[in-house]
Design a protein around this ligand. Structure first.
Ligand code: ZN
Length: 423
């Protein structure tokens, strides 16, 4: 009896911590302050060319903190360049803007470069430098960025070219992956501003995904680690935008880079920047990206990632699409020269982030429709401005796709008091 009791005491001893405490991840406010302090001031809008971007990051790249390597050329001959930081054993690969009109993370990377380039003492920077070797490939699609379009110069969606590798941009991305065989990958995109956090939920500012590596969407060790990163990011972004974070659909897509990166053994997460109210150039989202990416890198560097609860990610509502930008409900629609009738109107913007280029998408009973913004105009009269109508000798039409331009008035009489102009 006595002997057993002593053994029990002895077995307790090894349970006590015997190693020095792990450093904890830099707190969110500290990283948000870094994003503000190192913000590259020459980038102020989400539409910029590669030439502009290269000039903006040139001071950082000249610091000596990075290894800068031209790794390929776009179809139109623009250089594709990797920027590598740190000398640690864990390898991380981040690439942005495969879709030329998705620039939010590229802006964040510019700010992160400025932070990493500084040689002032900083614990976070030191941790990243010692624990990680981080390779960035910003703006994978510079030809698309030149005219702010999704596709490359040949009209190819680079993120659907992973099997064929027909485009030089996709070939370069694959070649960098094969050379460094990264432990972790960050696939940085922007998604539509018309996506909600679950059906009828808030506008999704961020959507996360740990892409599936097979049709069965199984969780082997590689994807499980990716889910830990996604769980960290879900918790981290919630510091600033709770309720505005969604999950991206995880159906396996064998044409997409994120899915195959996962299959090739790189624990990969997708970060999609959607939109925030009153952030037409996504400058707020840029800062949140910079802070969260630095946090995820720190979570990898410190090893704190292992403690993340997968449910933080898996309990996020899914992205829900199909919403309109603006829904005008309850009004009587007045069509000059045609007549008046009870009709709701759905409006989308060509640029739904900056809310520019409004067109009419649907007219009628839209009580089941969802929208980012809904305006109740019950009892009001929504006058279509005459220049918007298609007029011929046969009459007047309001075709779907017409410019959305309305005057809200008190009555159907076009001379009645004007209340407002929309949108
Ligand atoms: Zn994209």
């Amino acid at each position: 009896m006595t002997r057993g009791w002593i053994l029990t005491l002895a077995t307790l001893v090894p349970l006590m911590p015997i190693t020095a405490q792990q450093p904890s991840v830099s707190p969110w406010p500290e990283r948000l302050a870094i994003a503000a302090q190192y913000r590259v001031s020459s980038i102020t809008t989400r539409r910029f060319t590669q030439d502009h971007f290269r000039r903006a990051i040139a001071p950082s790249l000249a610091s000596g903190a990075f290894e800068v390597t031209e790794v390929g050329r776009s179809m139109q001959g623009r250089p594709l360049t990797t920027v590598t930081f740190g000398t640690g054993p864990v390898t991380v690969f981040l690439w942005s803007q495969m879709h030329g009109d998705e620039a939010t993370a590229t802006m964040a990377l510019a700010d992160i470069f400025a932070f990493l380039a500084d040689d002032a003492p900083n614990a976070l920077r030191d941790r990243l430098s010692r624990a990680l070797t981080v390779t960035f490939l910003p703006m994978v699609n510079p030809d698309g960025a030149e005219i702010f379009q999704r596709h490359n110069a040949a009209g190819i969606d680079i993120n659907r070219d992973v099997r064929r590798l027909a485009s030089p941009e996709a070939r370069t991305l694959k070649a960098v992956r094969d050379r460094i065989e990264p432990d972790f990958g960050f696939n940085l995109h922007d998604q539509s501003a018309r996506v909600q956090v679950g059906p009828g939920g808030a506008q999704a500012a961020i959507a996360l995904l740990d892409p599936a590596a097979d049709e069965e969407r199984s969780y082997g060790p590689v994807r499980t680690r990716a889910r830990q990163v996604a769980a960290f990011l879900a918790r981290d972004f919630a510091n600033a935008i709770p309720g505005r974070i969604a999950r991206y659909d995880d159906t396996f897509n064998p044409r997409a880079f994120g899915d195959l990166m996962q299959a090739w053994g790189t624990s990969t997460v997708l970060i999609e920047s959607g939109a925030l109210p009153d952030d037409p150039q996504k400058q707020e989202l840029r800062s949140l990206n910079a802070a969260a990416i630095l946090g995820a890198l720190d979570a990898i560097a410190t090893g704190s990632l292992d403690a993340e609860d997968p449910d933080q990610y898996q309990s996020l509502p899914f992205n829900s699409g199909g919403a309109y930008d603006l829904l005008l409900t309850g009004a009587t629609l007045v069509l000059p020269g045609v007549g008046a009738l009870r009709a709701d109107v759905a409006v989308n913007f060509d640029d739904s982030v900056a809310r520019i280029g409004a067109t009419i998408r649907e007219v009628g009973d839209l009580t089941a429709a969802t929208a980012m913004d809904t305006l109740d105009l019950s009892g009001r009269f929504l006058h279509v401005t005459p220049d918007v109508m298609t007029i011929s000798s046969g009459g007047g039409w309001l075709p779907i796709g017409s410019t959305a331009r309305f005057v809200v008035r008190e009555t159907a009489d076009p001379t009645s008091p004007e209340l407002s102009r929309l949108p």
